[in-house]
Ligand binder design. Sequence first.
Ligand code: SF4
Ligand code: SF4
Length: 767
Amino acid sequence: MLRDFGTCVVWRRSGDKLHLHNSWRFTPHLMEISFKKQIEQLRLGEGEVFHGEGILAITKALLQSGVSYIGGYQGAPVSHLLDVMVQARELVAELGVHVEACSNEASAAAMLGASIHYPVRGAVTWKSIVGTNVAADALANLASPGVTGGVLMVIGEDYGEGASVVQERTHAYAMKSTMLLLDPRPELPVMVDMVRHAFAMSEASNMPAMMELRIRACHVRGSFVCTDNVKASISSLSPMAEPAGFDYAKLAHPPVTFAHEKRKISERLPAARQYILEHGLNEIHTGRHADVGIIVQGGLTSALLRALQQFGLADAFGVSDVPLLVLNVTYPLVPEQITAFARDKRAVLVLEEGAPEYIELEIAAALRREATDATMATAPATASSTASSTASSTVLHGKDLLPAAGELTPEVIMNGLLAFFARHLPAADTTSVKALLEAAGQRRERIAGELDRALPARPPGFCIGCPERPVFSALKLAQQQVGDVHIAADIGCHSFATFEPFSQGHSILGYGMSLASRAGVSPVMQRRVLSIMGDGGFWHNGLLTGVQSALFNGDDAVLLIFKNGYTSATGTQDIISTPGRAAKAQSADKLASLTASNRTIEDTLAGLGVKWMRVVHAYRVEAMRDALTEALTTEVGGLKVIIAEGECQLERQRRVRPWLESLRARGERVQRVKYGVDEDVCNGDHACIRLSGCPTLTLKDNPDPLKVDPVATVIDGCVGCGLCGENAHAATLCPSFYRAEIIQNPRWHEQLLAAVRQRMLRWLQPA
Ligand code: SF4
Ligand code: SF4
């Protein structure tokens, strides 16, 4: 035991020699996520100025719009909306707003059913496109009868750089189900105003509204002048006395669905278009180059202006020399607005992100239809001259000059504008842009070359000490015994195992879909298939689509569930099986006991009839290897479930570190664990790294001048999860790992013991 600035280190090691090592000081840096400051901003009233991120501005705008209920399912980039609302219990109670953390996007979408009959406004949020896919059934059945109270879905359009899901567009849903789609220019006053209009337009047209927010719009910072929060006339503070009368037309059932379809076309879309025009939702910016124009999705406006700025065609305040039609509402379009904008222009460029080019095609159709109408209304002899006076003579560009797929960054847009200006605005000075693009290309090539040489690839991976890492180590070992198995992977942190050093997972079909996705593979595979899902995925979807189906069909299947206590990948939100939710802030010991007693998943599976079930501590590599081996080889048929139990380390550290720091600050004894590698014993084969992948288990130069191979080392940041020791035993690695217990504010007898040990060590290992 060593004394070091109030810190004691106890060494327990597996080798034959004791080593001194610098103790490390505990530095808390992660805190329990708190939205206290954001919640204060939500309380701002008339005339006060809000400063902050886009997604919080949208949240404030919902409260200013008099919503009665808010729900949703978390996911990037809109998680904050629900996270903040869930913590703002006092505020929402004062306003009578009901907040529901839904179990998935389908339940969030179904929640909007409240607005079919009743004049109550509601908002929900989720990540698209995946969330909208999950919600699609409820959305179609909501959009068919239409809504009475305004409905707004705040959709995180997870597209382009940083996206974590398949690259598809929410736009398709707006078109197929006839729902409003807003894509506001990413400036806070515009975004806030569009929330207000979205509710009003939804009520005016009876159409549910969606607002897509790209990641940059969610995180753009700015300010806007607030209005007071509005208490809804119908809310949890003033509930309705009676339900609505029976009205078959409000059901999404034949035969009224036929009438709904007609009403969408004959009443709702015209009402929405009228609202868009009357309230000027789409912005028309004039410019001195009046004979050309650009039609842009609202959300892309900042990128476009940035690109125009490089041509000297826009200023830093967003004033453009090229006329712009900014579509803050991208569905429905207003054909007469499009044709009016295009009419006096030689050429128009449509800036639309992603594929297919729904907007461009609709604009092309609008222009063509106008020409056809003009032709039909004119005598054959004069038809050609009339048609040429309409917008049909305007040349339309879009995906012919821009990439068909992928994000439209300012650089990509600049390339498109170069091509557009070369044909239709030759007066534009393109010299500096060409030089800029060329320099950017050269720089990119140079950096790519240098990085290739200097740095290894750094794929994303598990957090330090993640409880899921040991399970994949165990799975590697189990497969050494039973042979390689087909692994049906899933959405969640565990999908990091698809990267090195694990490279495990054959398919990912959706959140909670792993067990269902192996149903076609299992029957045609000699070895059993392993399905993996997290507890978040289990409750989101997996219980019904996978477990129930496997049990119903009597499938011989193996399911591994990570019970880490949260939907960690979306920001560690609580789920029904989150242990000790009320006692979270109390103590680590308290939580540990609550964790041990939590059996929501186990009880559910047992209740459904799962007979073969093992609960294994995630960090017990040998036990997990044996459980996996047994599940994959046992004679027992039917569904076999292994539950890997271990709290998400990220959440654990957020909770435990501030608590430990408070103990340390009060002078109380604190004991922590850290692992290390004895560099004299390390044989340099690095099997430990291949089996673990922990970022704090890495390499350093071999201090022995006679050895060339680098040795393994554990750097600061190790949270002492124990995997290093477990792997060393389970895989019979070299005995170089040691485990150190670090004691801060040690007691007198511990300091005495440390002093004795130091003397002994100096005596045994003289300098
Ligand atoms: S967030 Fe939690 S579950 Fe996800 S990788 Fe980090 S520690 Fe593991
Ligand atoms: S014990 Fe090993 S695996 Fe666990 S955090 Fe420390 S270095 Fe990483």
